[in-house]
Design a protein around this ligand. Structure first.
Ligand code: FAD
Length: 394
């Protein structure tokens, strides 16, 4: 029996059951294969496309489901319960970080050429902001897009790094500098959709501590020709589109961090009831019980804050402060929780056969990717100390 909820209705609960079944039967059994291969197969994107999972927030006009936000929350929570950070990242980046820019500000032509196949799982998308020389300071990006003399195309030069879905993905939402003479650096940035098999693109897969099934890449662009029709929204407005979308990106990260922490706790609760020491189950030791009580409390508090922020988001509120707090608090919380949980597995926690070991490797990047904890604190400090106000862009 589900408890009453401000957010979820019976339909959401039914949807959760079907996503959980999909994850348990079609994703989890492949964990070792995909982690070892350092990639996930295209067929799983196609399968999720068939099931409608990749089009939840998007218009039916382009094959989407146009489902309310809470379906996405359910999907992301269940996605994180696969226990494979790399897979969860690949899917969430595709749907909620790369393609959403096209859905929000792209032309009808772009939506037909890229959003539609992305929803169907026929094309996999990446988002490329970070460069070898700059990550946190997005306005300092150096990758240029210069119009040709004929004016029908941009020529792109530069490099991006740490790009999820960058090695095997089909296209990228690329952050480029289109006006090097703009009065402020952030006023000269645009978003382009670029096919990743275009001539002049070189992709190099990166070796990571965790998120093994995610194909993170460095991507070089040498005189890559991109049609002007692939510009998303207005030229030189890209920085503001990005900043607005970061709210959703950080909310998505928070939803998955809480669910990932809950999963680690669930594994640990099972283990506490199995493992014995000094003649009793280790779950009977008060030192462990109190820590578990703290962990459960932290997770529940974070979950409710994420839900509340999600609700504000659905009301059209500017939630820069709350989303930054969500990203900061949940990423730091998940790191603490997974570390504490691993401790209670004793030596087995350090053995790769146990999922908690993978969770420990995967969780470390949470306070870095999608904006570091330091940057989240900077944003929050600007709002609460300097009273900086953010406005809606779209
Ligand atoms: C596995 C993985 C996947 C990723 N996926 C993507 C992706 O798909 N697309 C994409 O564009 N990027 C992606 N990233 C990049 C990620 O978003 C950046 O790594 C992150 O934003 C930090 O940038 P940086 O690495 O350049 O660090 P830097 O900006 O160089 O920061 C280095 C250190 O300095 C600190 N610092 C910087 N500025 C300040 C400040 N003002 N105050 C206090 N401290 C500061 C940072 O917090 C950090 O600790 C990914 C990264 C990883 C590791």
């Amino acid at each position: 029996m589900n408890r009453p909820s401000l957010y979820f209705r019976d339909e959401h609960h039914l949807f959760r059951q079907s996503v959980r079944q999909f994850i348990d039967t079609e994703v989890v059994p492949n964990t070792d294969a995909w982690e070892t291969a350092r990639r996930i197969p295209v067929s799983i994107f196609q399968r999720m496309g068939e099931l409608g999972y990749l089009g939840l927030p998007f218009s039916e006009t382009y094959g989407g489901v146009d489902a309310d936000f809470w379906y996405s929350v359910v999907f992301l929570e269940e996605l994180a319960r696969c226990g494979m950070g790399g897979f969860a990242t690949a899917v969430s980046v595709h749907e909620y970080m790369a393609v959403n820019h096209i859905a929000k500000a792209g032309s009808d032509d772009l939506k037909n050429r890229y959003l539609r196949p992305a929803i169907a799982g026929e094309k996999v998308a990446a988002l490329a902001i970070t460069e070898p020389d700059t990550g946190s300071d997005v306005s300092a990006i150096r990758t240029t897009a210069t119009r040709t003399d004929e004016g029908d195309a941009f020529i792109v030069n530069g490099a991006k790094t740490f790009i999820s879905n960058g090695t095997y993905g089909d296209f990228v939402t690329l952050v480029v500098r289109t006006d090097p003479n703009a009065p402020r650096p952030d006023a000269g940035i645009s978003l382009l959709v670029v096919d990743l098999d275009s001539p002049g693109i070189t992709r190099t897969k990166l070796n990571k501590i965790g998120w093994h099934s995610s194909d993170t890449a460095e991507i070089r662009f040498d005189d890559v020709r991109v049609p002007v029709a692939n510009l998303i929204g207005q030229e030189n407005r890209g920085f503001y589109y990005l900043m607005e979308s970061l709210q959703l990106e950080r909310l998505v990260a928070g939803i998955m961090a809480v669910s990932g922490a809950q999963l680690a706790l669930d594994w640990t609760l099972n283990y506490l009831n199995e493992r014995e020491a000094f003649g009793k189950k280790i779950g009977k030791f008060q030192a462990i019980r109190h820590k578990i009580a703290d962990v459960a409390t932290e997770i529940e508090m974070a979950r409710q804050f994420v839900y509340h922020t999600g609700w504000l988001f659905t009301q059209g509120e500017v939630v820069v402060k709350e989303c930054s707090m969500v990203k900061l608090a949940t990423a730091e919380m998940q790191k603490r929780v997974v570390d504490t949980c691993l401790q209670f597995f004793g030596g087995y926690g350090y053995i790769e056969d146990y999922p908690i070991a993978r969770a420990y490797r995967d969780v470390r990047v949470g306070t870095i990717a999608g904006g570091t904890s330091e940057i989240m604190r900077e944003i929050i400090a600007k709002i609460v100390i300097d009273a900086v106000a953010y406005k809606a862009v779209y």
